[in-house]
Design a binder for this molecule. Structure first.
Ligand code: ADP
Length: 271
């Protein structure tokens, strides 16, 4: 139940054919990894996640390849790909489609023609995991942002994905709700072996959980390595394009026992 992802020389232009949103990107993610996708706004994070979900508008120009479990993504039957790859987006409201939590969880499986008893079993398992039992009969428009995002994540999990893509899922949540959701994402990775690729603007809380950080810049790969290496690279560079990462990596790195490079070079130049 572990999906690997391999990108080979991936280049993508939107239909307007201005600069490439992704440019000659090569990357491999092992099954079961937790990858943080970092990079400034406009660097291609959403485009990459949506291409992995086969959700980018037609008319774009794509070259290179995307392999999911060693098989070209376009060779996967649409239905199989739709359940194997789950995507949760930034705005909790954009993904809710029906009136109640229970119907929301059932929606994907009903579309796939899942047998009723199998659906009930799956729903009990998922509602239990996410602590959603008390909310099953509630209307989705009465939920808090954190509850909505939990329902979105749970709905995606109903289809038993092997790869979970998250596009700034915490951005609209208050700190407590964000921490809860992040904890659930980490458990899905640890306990269920689901491969996670997650973008987020504030990466402080993600670095300790991640196996790897991949940073994009102008559609290309600017960094690929472990969180500690990322922290040190951001520290070393101190370039304008890395500035948004610095406070986060500094806080995180100073809490680590072996970050001599950062510890010895004095206080951060930016607050
Ligand atoms: P990020 O998620 O890192 O903010 P995006 O993937 O959204 O970056 O954007 C990458 C580039 O593609 C940017 O230059 C952006 O303007 C462009 N872009 C994104 N979506 C579209 C679209 N629907 N049509 C045309 N250009 C787009």
């Amino acid at each position: 139940n572990m999906a690997s992802v391999e990108l080979q020389n991936l280049t993508f232009h939107y239909p307007d054919l201005r600069t490439a949103a992704l440019s000659n990107l090569s990357l491999s993610v092992r099954g079961g990894e937790f990858v943080v996708l970092a990079g400034p706004s406009g660097s291609g994070k959403s485009t990459l996640l949506r291409l992995l979900k086969r959700e980018v508008s037609p008319g774009g120009r794509l070259s290179g390849s995307i392999l999911l479990d060693g098989r070209p993504l376009e060779a996967w039957p649409a239905r199989e790909a739709a359940s194997a790859v789950g995507l949760v987006m930034q705005h909790p409201d954009n993904q809710l489609v029906v009136d109640s939590v229970e119907h929301e969880l059932a929606f994907g499986m009903e579309n796939f023609g899942m047998e009723r008893s199998a659906m009930r079993r799956r729903m009990a398992e998922i509602a239990g995991f996410f602590g959603l039992e008390p909310l099953l009969s509630r209307r989705t428009d009465e939920l808090s942002g954190g509850q909505k995002q939990t329902v979105n994540l749970a709905s995606v999990l109903m289809l038993q994905p092997q790869l979970l893509l998250l596009d700034e899922p915490l951005a609209q949540l208050d700190p407590l709700a964000a921490r809860d959701l992040l904890g659930m994402i980490k458990r899905l990775n640890d306990e269920w072996g689901i491969t996670v690729i997650m973008s987020e603007h504030r990466i402080d809380d993600l670095l300790p959980l991640a196996d790897r950080v991949v940073r994009l810049e102008r559609g290309g790969l600017a960094f690929d390595g472990p969180p500690r290496g990322f922290a040190e690279e951001a520290w070393r560079r101190q370039e304008p394009s890395w500035v948004e990462a610095l406070p986060a990596v500094t806080r995180w790195a100073l809490s680590q026992p072996h970050s001599e490079t950062i510890r010895d070079s004095g206080p951060p130049p930016l607050s």
